[in-house]
Design a protein around this ligand. Sequence first.
Ligand code: GDP
Ligand code: MG
Length: 176
Amino acid sequence: MESSGAADYIFKIVLTGDSGVGKSNLLSRFTRNEFSLESRSTIGVEFSTKEVQVDGKTIKVQIWDTAGQERFMAITKAYYRNAYGALLVFDILKASTFQNLDQWYSEVRANAGVDCCIILIGNKSDQRHIRAVMSDAAKKYADERNIKYIETSALDATNVEQAFRTLIQDIYKQFS
Ligand code: GDP
Ligand code: MG
């Protein structure tokens, strides 16, 4: 863990999961309280930072976001390098994004540190009346990998703050 300026710690967190699941909107909701109905594809890699207090410490989180298509590109290694945590995101309305989780999960495990904290996120809970992935199935997937499962909505902001905070607290517990 690095130390810098006013922050006691700096954590790098990555967002991962298929294109369209809501990664960029989760990031903008958390860091700027903004949501956009249009899907704007992330060009290459972007990151935003936010300071969060945990246990009286100031933690600066640097959150990396990417479009889903770069899966096979050379940036993969750099994207995950030194990541302390990852939000593994799927769309509860779209079964294929749940079925593709294994690839993303393996990619995190292969490229981030072995002790990288991961949380599974089922996004778009505001549309749960037309959901394609049941909470139980997602919970089971998470339990089998010993990770937590949280359902969020970047649109109405449900659990977004909580998802990031839970990850940050898990990282803090693990690395401090
Ligand atoms: P990314 O490709 O994973 O970064 O996904 P985006 O953040 O670009 O979102 C893809 C699309 O899903 C956009 O049209 C968003 O407006 C929409 N979206 C993202 N999050 C939510 C959500 O929580 N609920 C709903 N209903 N739509 C969402
Ligand atoms: Mg995006």
